[in-house]
Design a protein around this ligand. Sequence first.
Ligand code: HEM
Length: 406
Amino acid sequence: MDTAGTLIDCLMRQFPFDVSAEEFVQDPYPWYEEARRRHGPVHRTRSGDLVVLGYFEAQAVLRDPRFGHGAQTAQEPTGYGVPARTFLLTDPPGHTRQRERVRRAFTARELLSLRRTIGETAADLVAAAARSGTADVVADVARPLSARVVADLIGVPEDLRDRFTRAASLLVRGMDPPELIDPGTQESIARARLCLARDIGAALRRPDSSGLLRGLAQDADGPAARAETVATCAQLVAAGYETTVGLIGNGMHALLGHPGELARLTAGGHSEQVTGRTVEELLRFDPPIQLAPRSALVDADIAGTPVPRGAVVSVLLGAANRDPRVFPEPHRLRLDRQPRHLAFGLGSHYCLGAALARLEATAALRQLLRHRPRPTADRVTYSPARVARSVRSLRVRLTPEADARP
Ligand code: HEM
């Protein structure tokens, strides 16, 4: 994940908009739109790197094996000159092998028990929050739910759970360019990386390890395999925690900002209508990951725009999801769409946790809507990260008694 920070560091300074501006953090979408209007769906920076703002072009890059990361094993350097360490930044065949190892460890039995945990945890958290009449959707619901699910999935021992989730938030922030992070936070990120790797290493050796840790520990023989396993688990914690918090927080915020859609969703006094389609439109509208980095592994092109080998390609998922060629009225949340968004990426690196994130968001939103949430403030603030995007806090008033059906 930290390699993405290096890449974005080089590139973000050349984006056709000012990523350091506070207004950009709060609402990047008008900036993307203006950039697309001025430069088209693919923008070439002064250094010859590419910024992809269009949906079809983003799709083409993410599916095209000519674009990748430049490393075939976790130890090899990526196209950005730093070791890959995680399979998110590794190309086939190393990527295929590592991804398959993780996919196998997500057993059907584990997923089934997570489904139960998700439903029960969401119901308990929202009921507890509703008793006081107000709640912070992020702190009281999204964070504890997402933390519990990631910890259960990986099999983090109870005594290490708080440390894992604190580290996860910091690792996601570490995907941003260092110059946009104050020195104190940079130090905390570096410490969190070390601490997480140490904790995962220790957890792998414990006989009471469960979940993915147990599955992965079984075939982690030798120092290289152990290092790969530690990196894989760290990536899962980092990739799975803050992103799901973002989906629930950003999603609820989007619904509150579109009272007509919210009313239609809760018509009839119950929140059953929060369906897969609702969550897909929320993912399109304000995705928790805004950028997928790639580099050209050979001379290539993006929809006719030549891309020399070695050029860095930043695929802006948040911009692609608002491409008016694909989504009419892109800046309006419309729950009647069949959105084919790119919030989970596409192609060989397509998000492994997409089904889990969808389950969590559906459960949390259904429970929240049973208590008829109303905003307590006109504005919310987003956390300062640029690559990951999530509402920092979202206070709502809740009706203590719930509508009958979840
Ligand atoms: C709303 C929540 C989530 C969003 C928006 C999200 C988004 C993404 C995106 C955009 C990618 C692709 C990045 C790229 O192509 O460069 C990705 C990959 C990945 N995600 Fe997620 N994710 C979410 C939740 C999760 C969860 C819950 C987990 C697991 C616990 C997870 C695990 C992964 C992994 C392992 C990869 C790397 C796959 C690979 O490289 O083959 N994600 N995610």
